[in-house]
Every structure is written in structure tokens, then in C-alpha cells.
Design a binder for this molecule. Structure first.
Ligand code: BYC
Length: 330
């Protein structure tokens, strides 16, 4: 474990209305800046609840990138052919890079990297539900690269226009790279979907396995989402969970159907008002998975702990004063 701690105030447990009442003039000026579309920067005054929410959300996002590298990472040595291996190595490296960018953005709010990693490893912090499922076949990697990256792009393109400068700038850069990931996932997906009968079966089965976790990816329905209202008012989230889910369905369901594949939901259809209707995914499963009881939660954290412990000597070496870093000259 790292030894660092919080350098920002511990999450305020007082009711939100009470916290916000503490400085109504500053709060009004802050909200007016957000309403005008200005970016809030690290040194600016912000309500403690805005800071706390941003830390929670950006930190979870950073953990999702780092843990999200694991299901695909296990396929690097088994990807079919040299070019697919190269592309997958590059993608997995990018995801780790996204984690670094996001940890940096969260650090600007006053929580140390060490504290964030400790909270991930102890199970205190959440990360995206989707990475707690196994990538059983190469087709699972294609589904992740195509549809999970697509879902992430829908969320990130919207939130890149949000109110907190460092998070928005990190998201913009991430979106450029994610659009390449989407292309490589789409390419692998199409190759399987238009391939031999065995390949088509493999991708259909992967799609069936991943559909529910993908529907969960955008978060619980708006009526039960605990943070959305305030985060949307403060322009941290630029669309609600249900609106993002709808946008994703609108963009990607037709692409899946065009390839002759089906989705495991007999009720899935677009209604006359242009909204997608679907069977409500199993939200009890979602909450079990995000609270540590998914099929791979234990394994994911075990691998991260191993990496932290075995990388400790590298971090220690990097922290040495620079005169001790150079190799001795004979
Ligand atoms: N997974 O009030 P709500 C990638 C939690 S990585 C887990 O609606 P919020 C990639 C939520 O935290 C990119 N937990 O929450 C990487 C809250 O619990 P707490 C991943 C979830 O935050 C490698 C509770 O449920 N993208 O693409 O307003 C390879 C109530 O929910 C999830 C991001 O991380 C979930 N899916 O909205 C390939 C985007 N959903 O904290 C690809 C950043 C909800 O109260 N995150 N919860 O205990 C967000 O935009 C928002 O956090 C969400 C949820 C829209 C996901």
C-alpha cells in the first residue's frame, strides 16, 4: 500500500442544503459562472460538495481505465495475428495513460494519488461495472473494443463540455484516442460478424454475455440515480444516465442489427417518439457487481495489488534524488 493520505477535507457528512448555506454569495457567483459556460479551475472557489463529487467521479473514472486494461490485457498474447497483437498492446497502453491523465485531474482537487490507489485496493472506491466480467473469447475483446469504447465515448464527448477545466481537457484528449480504439474494436467485430459460421456464433455469444453489463454501464435509471440532479445542475454530467443510454442505443443498435446479429432483449425497439424501449436490466445484479460481488472483482483487485507491490521498487527508485539516479561510471 502507498503511505499517502488525504490533503483535502474528508467528505463533509452534513446535509447538502446545510453545506451550501455556508456561503450563499460565493455559491451564487460560482453557479452564475457555470451557467455562463465558464470553466472552473483548480484555484477557484468551489463548494465543498462540488469538489467531493468531482473527486468521486474522476477517481472512479481513473480506476476504470486502469482496471479496464485487464480484461483486454489478458488477450495480448492470444490476439489472432501480429497486427491484432500490436493494436491491442497500443490500446491497453493508452487505457493506462488515460488513467494517469485522470488521476492528475483528480489530484488538482486535493486528493493524493496514493490515497486514491489505496481506496481502490481496499475496495472503498468503485470502478466501472463492466470490468468485473471475464473476456472469455477473442470475440469478447471485439465487443469491449467496439461497444464498451463506444459507450465510453458517448459519455466522455458529452462530459468534455462540462464545467471543471482539468477533467474536460483530460476527456478531450481521451476521446481522440478512444476513437481509434473504437475503430480497432469495430474492425475486429465486423471481421467476426462477417466471417465463418463459427466466428459469427462466437461474436453473437459474446454480445449476449455483454449486453446487460453494457446497459448497466450508463448507471441506474434517472429516477434512482442519486447524484445526477446536482451534477447536471453543476454541469459535471452533461446528460442524464437514461439520455446517454438512449443516445448509445440510437447510434449502435442499428449497426449491430445491420450485421445480422441479434440482441438478447425481445422488447428492444425505438418508439414513435424516437426513444428506445427495452427490458429493464437486472439492477440488483448491477449493485452486487459494483459493490464487489461480480464474477471478477476479486481477481481484478488481486492483480492490481500484485502490480502495486511489485512496482514499489520502481517508484522508490524514481523518487531518489537525481544525483543518486545515475549509473556509476567505472
Ligand atoms: N459502474 O448517481 P449515479 C473505459 C454508481 S473506462 C460502477 O447515477 P453518477 C475503458 C455510482 O458511482 C471509462 N458504478 O452515479 C477502459 C454511484 O455510487 P456511489 C468508464 C456505477 O456518478 C478500458 C451509484 O452507482 N467511464 O471506457 O452520477 C478499456 C449511483 O449512480 C456505475 C466512466 O467512468 C457503473 N457503470 O453517474 C475499455 C465515466 N454507474 O459513488 C474501455 C465517468 C453508476 O454513490 N463516470 N455507478 O457509491 C460517470 O460519468 C458517472 O459516474 C456515471 C454514473 C454516468 C457512470
Amino acid at each position: 500500500m502507498y503511505g499517502g493520505g488525504y490533503i483535502y477535507d474528508e467528505p463533509n457528512k452534513r446535509p447538502l442544503a446545510e453545506q451550501l448555506a455556508e456561503d450563499p454569495d460565493k455559491l451564487a457567483a460560482f453557479e452564475a459562472r457555470i451557467a455562463k459556460g465558464e470553466k472552473i479551475e483548480p484555484g477557484d472557489w468551489m463548494p465543498s460538495e462540488y469538489r467531493r463529487q468531482l473527486i468521486r467521479l474522476i477517481e472512479q473514472h481513473a480506476h476504470s481505465e486502469i482496471i479496464g486494461a485487464l480484461p483486454e490485457g489478458t488477450w495480448i498474447t492470444r490476439a489472432p495475428g501480429f497486427k491484432r497483437k500490436l493494436a491491442l498492446i497500443a490500446k491497453v497502453q493508452d487505457e493506462i495513460g488515460h488513467g494517469q491523465l485522470l488521476y492528475n485531474a483528480a489530484e488538482t482537487l486535493g486528493k493524493s494519488r496514493e490515497a486514491m490507489i489505496n481506496d481502490l485496493l481496499s475496495g472503498k472506491s468503485k470502478y466501472s461495472n463492466v470490468f468485473n466480467y471475464p473476456a472469455e473469447t477473442w470475440a469478447d475483446v471485439a465487443v469491449i473494443g467496439f461497444l464498451i469504447d463506444a459507450a465510453a465515448i458517448v459519455n466522455q464527448v458529452a462530459n468534455a463540455k462540462g464545467s471543471y477545466g482539468p477533467y474536460c481537457r483530460a476527456l478531450e484528449r481521451i476521446c481522440y484516442e478512444e476513437s481509434f480504439h473504437l475503430k480497432q474494436g469495430h474492425d475486429a467485430f465486423i471481421e467476426l460478424a462477417t466471417g465463418t459460421p463459427a466466428q459469427k456464433t462466437m461474436v453473437q455469444e459474446a454480445l449476449n454475455r455483454w449486453w446487460q453489463p453494457i446497459m448497466h454501464f450508463f448507471g441506474p435509471p434517472d429516477k434512482t440515480s442519486s447524484h445526477s440532479e446536482k451534477l447536471m445542475q453543476w454541469k459535471v454530467k452533461m446528460a442524464s444516465n437514461d439520455d446517454m443510454r438512449n443516445q448509445f442505443l440510437d447510434m449502435y443498435v442499428p449497426k449491430i442489427w445491420e450485421l445480422g446479429l441479434s440482441l438478447p432483449d425481445p422488447l428492444l425497439r425505438k418508439n414513435e417518439a424516437g426513444k428506445w424501449e427495452y427490458t429493464d436490466p437486472d439492477w440488483d445484479e448491477f449493485f452486487r457487481v459494483i459493490n464487489g460481488e461480480g464474477p471478477c472483482n476479486e481477481e481484478r483487485l488481486r492483480v492490481r495489488k500484485w502490480a502495486e507491490e511489485n512496482g514499489r521498487w520502481v517508484r522508490k527508485a524514481l523518487m531518489q534524488p537525481s544525483d543518486k539516479k545515475s549509473f556509476p561510471v567505472a
